[in-house]
Write a protein that binds this ligand. Structure first.
Ligand code: GLY
Ligand code: MN
Ligand code: MN
Length: 440
């Protein structure tokens, strides 16, 4: 689909803003398709996100040179052989015109321009060959989304909402996690989108990045689905819902779900420009601790439980991350995007997986995703150590054995005065989830 004029305007504005942030020449590479065992069978190609941010099209084997707001494209014309296998493709000149390039040359010419330019490797540029000044300029731009980006994130989020509704609706008849995953991903595929990351659809939500789908569904299971669509333009979304396979939460599941939801809602109510994301994380931790104290699972003052990282036995990850062209946006740059200058990750158990430690500002998009997990590898040694016997009621915890993993995740745009939940069309309340998950 040709790029619309509004997108072209946004691309030009991004190029102009880069020139202000980083006046020298910049070279960015799209990357190439990675083959799966033999050359003709490749993994689905997706261009490097920094390239995509300025070029607008997910072109393979291409590079762009940016300077003073001008873009030069380097890519080869399609060969006749490529046309035989892949069909007719636009020429370099046609693509250059489509993305508003000021000049276009064969890919081989890029080498000449590379010498003088600041650049980044196409993948995982945490340590290798990178210009720190360029990294900082890219972060300054990509932290706050323009209207064109926000529209695309909203489009992806809308499809993710439909996918989750389809997953809940498919559950009464589904026998396995795989069948629910299929119902969800088919919605994304039918909208000509892709998954922004490997879907998690599991009755073992305590395995945080569980990418297996073979378990059968039992009536007392909770199903945790972390599934997000990516628009063809590359912009991502990221939603998690947790619902009962039977369509009704058991009392124990409902109690813990309500605690996680309170943490989720508290963070969203507090999200606004100027607030530290780390403070939202700590708010989620305190709200969880408070709820678990009320359920008799923890004992003590929520504040001191959080200071001792007792909550982290059940909520070991951070409350979320930046969202943009990548689902964990700009994590290819390490913590430079997630952590404000001068800040570093804590080695405290309750903070070391915090991916974002910056004050929030208008048009940042972040996820809010508190959870509760019973991870045997965390809880068994903690119990055995005796260190938490004053804080955790281990006997009472037995009554909640069937609650293995719950996460509730939404995508949140910070606005001038507060925030907008971009995924709000998908309910989070117990009754609404039960209704969606039991409708045949
Ligand atoms: N979908 C990965 C995450 O929520 O961070
Ligand atoms: Mn997430
Ligand atoms: Mn997620």
């Amino acid at each position: 689909m040709p790029l619309q004029s509004l997108v072209l305007q946004a691309l030009q504005q991004r190029r102009d803003r880069l020139a202000q942030q980083h006046p020298g020449p910049v070279m960015l590479w799209s990357g190439r398709a990675v083959s799966r065992n033999f050359p003709a069978n490749v993994y689905p190609f997706r261009a490097n996100s920094h390239f995509l941010y300025f070029a607008g099209l997910s072109l393979a084997n291409a590079a762009i040179h940016l300077e003073g707001g001008q873009l030069t494209l380097f890519m080869d014309d399609p060969t006749p052989e490529a046309a035989l296998w892949h069909g007719p493709a636009p020429s370099r000149e046609a693509i250059a015109a489509e993305i508003g390039a000021n000049a276009a040359y064969p890919y081989g010419h890029a080498e000449r321009y590379r010498q003088a330019a600041a650049t980044l490797p196409a993948q995982n540029s945490i340590e290798r060959d990178r210009s720190l000044a360029l990294v900082e300029a890219l972060v300054a731009l990509r932290l706050h989304h323009d209207t064109a980006a926000l529209e695309q994130i909203k489009a992806a989020a809308a499809v993710s909402v439909l996918a989750h509704q389809a997953g809940m609706a498919a559950t009464p008849k589904a026998k396995t996690e795989a069948q629910v995953r299929a119902a969800m991903e088919q919605v994304i595929m039918a909208h000509d989108m892709t998954c922004a990351y490997n879907s998690i659809v599991t009755v073992h939500g305590e395995v945080l990045h569980n990418e297996q789908y073979h378990h059968t569904l039992a009536p007392n299971d909770l199903l945790l689905a972390d599934v997000g669509a990516e628009a063809p333009s590359g912009w991502a979304s990221d939603i998690t819902r947790t619902w009962p396979v039977s369509g009704r939460f058991t009392p124990a599941q409902r109690e813990i779900y309500t605690v996680v939801l309170a943490a989720h809602d508290a963070c969203i109510a507090a999200a606004k420009p100027g607030i530290e994301y780390r403070d939202l994380h700590l708010l989620a931790c305190r709200t969880l601790a408070q709820g678990l104290v009320e359920l008799g699972l923890l004992q003590g003052q929520p504040d001191s439980l959080v200071e001792r990282d007792v909550h982290a036995l059940f909520f070991p990850h951070g409350v979320g991350h930046l969202l943009g062209l990548d689902v964990h946006d700009m994590e290819d740059l390490g913590d430079v995007a997630g952590y404000a200058p001068g800040r570093q990750r804590s080695d405290r158990f309750g903070l070391k997986f915090l991916r974002l430690d910056r004050p929030l500002a208008a048009n940042m998009v972040v996820t809010i995703e508190p959870g509760f997990y019973q991870v045997p590898g965390i809880l068994a040694p903690a119990r055995q150590s005796g260190l938490y016997d004053d804080a955790v009621n281990w006997e009472r915890l037995e009554a909640f054995r069937e609650v293995r993993g719950i996460r509730i995740e939404d995508d949140v745009q910070i606005t001038a005065t507060g925030c907008t939940v971009l995924t709000a069309a998908l309910p989070t309340q117990v009754e609404a989830i039960e209704t969606l998950a039991s409708a045949a």
